[in-house]
Design a protein around this ligand. Sequence first.
Ligand code: BTN
Length: 324
Amino acid sequence: MNETRRAVLDALADGPVSGPELAAALDISRNAVWKHVEALRTAGFEIESTSDGYLLGEVPEFGPAVEYGLDAPFEVEYHDSIGSTNDRARELAGENARDVVVLADEQIGGRGRLERAWVGPSGGIWMSFVLRPTIPPAHAPLLTLAAAVAVTRAAREAGVPAEIKWPNDVLVSEGRANENQSAQPPSEGRGGDKLCGILTEMEGEANRVSWVIVGTGINVNIAADDLPEGATSVQEVVGPVNRRVFAQRVVEEFHALRTDLDAVLPAWRELSATLGQQVRVETPEGDVVGEAIDIVTPGALVVDTDDGEVRVHAGDCDHLRPAN
Ligand code: BTN
């Protein structure tokens, strides 16, 4: 959001402010104040003209308003519809951008892991963080785990019993989604229905990251019919929520973790659906089967197999059953 526009909103946060007062406070002309107010109204902010001045009413449920009231140093670039927020984020990274969140209501060319397509109908939170962290490339997976933790925390705040399946799928297991109605054991295989997927892309040299894009696709206010098989949404579990608040909580939690990477693994362990499970991880070197007992830097799963402990860095993970 334009900086002056943000300053207009901040000035209106505590009650009505007249045009001349705003002009003086922001050091702009009264005509410029009027133009900014009109632009904000077009973006969906309710701004009433009263005898005491401009009065801020309803803030839009989503859109550029996500940057308003955001407690994290990210600029938000919002699109009603876009091919892929990751593609746009890569363009921005190529132009030296940093600390930008590319956000969209609808994504028509979304990309998932392993070259899969990602379905992104209107109602989701499709967003990509453009980052320039000073970490070695080998530590970049911590940022992916941080995003999974951030989404899971925001989902839980919204009342969704989300968990993380290694490495970074946010799921709601069948038993947990209906836990007030019936206590079913978690399903085998995927471990639950997918609420969010994360696609991280990076450019760098041997010991230096140039940029990292963390693309986060969260199924929020989306009806079951519009979701792919095996997916769920916040709406399906607890009903529709305010996406501005949800997106802000994700960005704020993500920011807290990216500035304190030592906190990522402990937070991930607490929210994990995988630790303590019998798992099968498909890796290029073959399947690793055993009990998932820990996660270690920068995100390797430690599996206790019949042949001893194995550290798995990447692969597709199936939950077989809880370990005894
Ligand atoms: C997965 O396969 O689980 C990862 C899916 C990642 C989807 C998100 S939606 C926002 C961002 N833009 C994309 O094109 N992909 C990621």
